[in-house]
Design a protein around this ligand. Structure first.
Ligand code: ATP
Ligand code: MG
Ligand code: FE
Length: 328
């Protein structure tokens, strides 16, 4: 089963060819990061226009690198949502055109299902599992009994964790996207400033990061001469304390021994280090995708698409992008 995946939900134009959901023949990722950096965030109109300019070329490049022709494809998988609607539409339209031209099935994929399936490209998913989803737009704990079976047991009540990293980085005058900069600074600092941790109700597996963000804002107002490294370390520690603790609470509650990580914040070195040591201690198997599979890419979409195709979850050419598509 040779599946071509297309991902255009935000600021990466990506096309990938994956065999049987595991073997990546090509994974072309064209990032618009530099274009948006000047604005300090993704500008939707600019993003769609850039996707339009790139998509045809990227599809050709992905086929070329995979060394196959479009007639050898089994199906096309495309991110249907959630994301920027104008950006999503470019991928959906390209996917429809390609599926129609070769007369093969079209499979709509939820972007977060894709992020979770990035793990399947590293080693086959073992069920039951908990997926910790930490990205620019999502912070969720998902329980999976089987393929494509999602139960959300925790979520953020306000900001997503990547969003919190980016907002705090902005307060500290760091470039966009701020996550990697905070990560780098935090590694050189000590978490010596006291910041709040939002545990919410006892037993709750939900998250909240807006209070922490406000606390950082207050701190910067009151301390003009602070150490960037120590503030980065203090902020990151406050975030990770809660995320790591709630993840293991979820594992215990569901009596699960397999943990997978998904989304751009999974690139965070502090998070990786802490999860590696704690899973070792507790005899839990951990999968963390390599950096290029943590952030947006089409290989993860093609992998998820393979399992949807198995379940006959195909669609027709009426397919539309859905900006706030729900996973469950
Ligand atoms: P979503 O997947 O929810 O639609 P998105 O696609 O924009 O959102 P991703 O591409 O998965 O999000 O991840 C981008 C986010 O990851 C940004 O907020 C970025 O700051 C954050 N990020 C990337 N690397 C790191 C890192 N090393 N430490 C912390 N955050 C990071
Ligand atoms: Mg992105
Ligand atoms: Fe994403």
């Amino acid at each position: 089963q040779v599946i071509l995946g297309i991902e255009t939900s935000c600021d990466e134009t990506s096309v990938s060819v994956v065999v049987d959901g595991v073997t990546v023949l090509s994974n072309v990722i064209s990032s618009q990061m530099e274009i948006h950096q000047a604005f300090g965030g993704v500008v939707p109109e600019v993003a769609s226009r850039r996707h339009v300019e790139r998509i045809t070329l990227i599809i050709e490049q992905a086929l070329l690198e995979a060394n196959i022709t479009k007639n050898q494809l089994t199906a096309i998988a495309v991110t249907q949502g959630p994301g920027l609607v104008g950006a999503l539409l470019v991928g959906v339209t390209a996917a429809k055109a390609l599926a129609y031209s070769v007369q093969i099935p079209l499979i709509p994929v939820h972007h977060i299902a894709g992020h979770i399936y990035a793990n399947h490209l590293v080693s086959p998913l073992c069920f039951p599992l908990i997926a910790l989803v930490v990205s620019g737009g999502h912070t969720e704990l998902i329980f999976m009994k089987d393929h494509m079976n999602f139960e959300r047991i925790g979520r953020t009540r306000d900001d997503a964790v990547g969003e919190a990293f980016d907002k705090v980085a902005r307060l500290m005058n760091l470039p966009y996207p701020g996550g990697p900069h905070i990560d780098r600074l935090a590694a050189q600092g000590t978490p010596s400033y006291s910041l709040p941790r939002a545990w919410l109700e006892k037993e709750s597996l939900d998250f909240s990061f807006s209070g922490l963000k406000s606390a950082v804002m207050q701190f910067i107002k009151q301390n003009e001469r602070y150490s960037q490294k120590d503030l980065a370390a203090s902020f990151q520690t406050a975030v990770l304390d809660v995320i790591v603790e709630k993840t293991f609470r979820a594992m215990a509650q569901k009596e699960v021994k397999n943990l997978v990580i998904a989304g751009g914040v999974a690139a965070n070195s502090g998070l990786r280090t802490r999860l590696i040591s704690r899973t070792k201690q507790e005899n839990i198997s951990l999968c963390i995708p390599p950096l290029e599979l943590c952030t947006d890419n089409a290989a993860m979409i093609a992998s998820a698409g393979y399992f949807l195709l198995k379940e006959e979850k195909k669609t027709d050419l009426e397919l539309n992008a859905v900006a706030n598509l729900q996973l469950i």
